[in-house]
Design a protein around this ligand. Structure first.
Ligand code: HEM
Ligand code: HEM
Ligand SMILES: *[C@@H]1O[C@H](CO)[C@@H](O)[C@H](O)[C@H]1NC(C)=O
Ligand SMILES: *[C@@H]1O[C@H](CO)[C@@H](O)[C@H](O)[C@H]1NC(C)=O
Ligand SMILES: *[C@@H]1O[C@H](CO)[C@@H](O)[C@H](O)[C@H]1NC(C)=O
Length: 407
């Protein structure tokens, strides 16, 4: 009798647990509120019984104000499988891109995964949603998704959602991504996942078998900002100011020399940060895009300028007469200045900066350029007037007649 009871109980609990598996617990669901905006992120995952099929089904949804929503395996970017979703070119559908990153840098599209987008995937009412089936995902990389792990690590990342950024809308699975503004880690109880033939999770309204690991982390792309500030300001503001030091006030070769040296060193450092930044993005890691090539010319120009200026001044002191180096120095200097203005604008649009920022930049550098070239032109005109006595004339002649003729 006792034995029979035990059998009955065992049978029942087995029956109930099977029932539960097929109903509520056939998927794991992670839901998180976000630090960088209101709204929340939902990720639901289910898989087939591995003996039946290797397919994996998932659902991702979150605010469409983000450029992209990425879900990845692991606790770090490196080596994990990532599903990155963004709006399609017309902004009403979605593009889903499977990617792998080699480290803390832009993940690369991995076309080896065969993913079907299922109905209910779109961008509407402020949400991006994707339902998908990843065919043979379980066998994609042996052990990559471990269905017997109760604390399997996952992560999510959210693309820029600020007004300074252009929102990504693209049909291409290898579209360029900018760095995330927020990421977070969580674990899923993968033993919740399996169901016979496999199907989309049916309910995503409450969390099942998931746990956040720590709080969401806000990230800043400070290397980009450091690059932009240190490359742009010395080149488009300090270098022309150094020309004013030489030709207008106080008309001193030494002031010019010190100012141009400091600006060039800072500018070259800013460009060096650009080299580091180039390793982050797929568009820049071959070091051959327009922005980078113009950047190389500017860097070379700055270095050549320094030696030309130095050489010309040395010869001038010996011969007391203008040299051709001085002439080249003057024209190359203005050329580098104009090139830097252009490259700053190219850099901004290359990194998907919103047009108000680009317009602001253009106005600011336009004003600097107009003031600079007006002062220079006016100075030359004053000098060319027969016996012209301009307000700055006396000072310049006292301090450095060389400056007037040559630099
Ligand atoms: C252009 C694209 C991306 C770039 C340049 C990038 C770059 C970076 C950088 C520099 C960090 C370190 C941040 C810090 O320590 O504050 C980081 C961390 C992280 N990123 Fe990305 N990321 C990109 C896309 C993604 C995507 C699509 C995902 C996920 C689907 C992701 C997930 C993570 C995670 C989980 C961390 C924390 C890892 C750790 O603590 O080492 N990232 N990323
Ligand atoms: C020397 C003159 C240069 C100037 C004035 C300049 C300026 C800029 C500016 C204003 C941005 C936009 C940053 C932002 O959106 O916040 C930018 C981005 C960038 N620049 Fe430069 N840059 C220069 C040289 C270089 C060089 C030599 C390289 C590398 C070889 C480089 C690589 C980059 C990269 C990778 C980005 C980031 C793109 C992104 O965030 O998507 N730059 N640059
Ligand atoms: C974007 O997706 C929507 C909805 O699926 C579709 O109607 C539209 O044609 C797609 N746009 C492009 C450019 O593919
Ligand atoms: C868009 O997707 C949501 C969520 O899957 C769904 O409820 C809605 O009906 C879809 N809208 C359209 C127009 O397909
Ligand atoms: C899968 O997870 C289980 C439980 O955590 C662990 O014992 C096993 O070694 C894992 N398998 C692989 C291939 O990593």
């Amino acid at each position: 009798m006792r034995f029979q009871n035990t059998i009955l109980v065992l049978f029942f609990s087995l029956f109930i647990s099977t029932l539960c598996k097929n109903d509520d617990e056939s998927a794991a669901v992670f839901i998180s509120s976000l630090s960088s905006s209101s709204g929340h992120l939902t990720f639901a995952l289910s898989a087939s019984d591995p003996t039946v099929s290797q397919d994996v089904f998932f659902h991702i949804s979150g605010p469409s104000s983000y450029s992209y929503i990425g879900i990845g395996t692991g606790t770090v970017m490196q080596g994990g499988l990532m599903f990155v979703m963004y709006s399609n070119a017309t902004g009403d559908g979605i593009t889903l891109s499977s990617r792998i990153a080699t480290g803390n840098n832009e993940p690369v599209f991995s076309p080896t995964l065969d993913i079907d987008i299922l109905p209910g995937s779109n961008t509407s009412n402020g949400l991006m949603t994707v339902n998908a089936r990843c065919k043979n995902c379980l066998s994609w990389s042996s052990g990559a998704l471990n269905l017997s792990d109760t604390v399997y690590p996952w992560n999510y990342a959210l693309g820029p959602n600020t007004a300074q950024n252009v929102k990504l809308t693209s049909n291409s699975p290898s579209a360029c991504l900018e760095m995330h503004v927020e990421y977070g880690l969580f674990t899923l109880d993968m033993t919740h996942l399996t169901m016979g033939a496999g199907a989309l999770p049916t309910s995503f309204t409450s969390p099942i078998g998931s746990r956040a690991s720590g709080s969401p982390v806000l990230t800043s792309n400070f290397p980009t900002i450091i690059h932009a500030v240190l490359a742009t300001i010395p080149l488009v503001l300090f270098l022309p100011t150094g020309v004013i030091f030489l030709r207008i006030f106080p008309g001193s070769v030494r002031w010019h020399w010190v100012s141009q040296t400091v600006s060039s060193v800072i500018g070259l450092f800013g460009a060096a940060v650009g080299f580091y930044l180039s390793t982050w993005f797929n568009k820049s890691k071959s070091f051959s895009s327009g922005h980078q090539i113009i950047g190389y010319i500017i860097c070379a120009g700055m270095i050549v300028q320094w030696f030309l200026g130095f050489w010309q001044h040395r010869i001038y002191k010996q011969k007391q007469s203008p040299t051709k180096y001085g002439l080249i120095h003057r024209y190359l200097g203005h050329f580098v200045f104009v090139l830097a203005i252009i490259d700053g604008g190219v850099g901004l649009s290359w990194s998907y900066t919103a047009s108000p920022v680009i317009i602001g930049y253009s106005v600011a550098v336009g004003v600097v350029a107009i003031v600079h070239f007006s002062l220079v032109a006016w100075k030359r005109w004053e000098k060319q007037k027969p016996h012209g006595v301009g307000i700055f004339e006396i000072k310049t002649q006292q301090n450095s007649p060389e400056a007037d003729r040559n630099l």
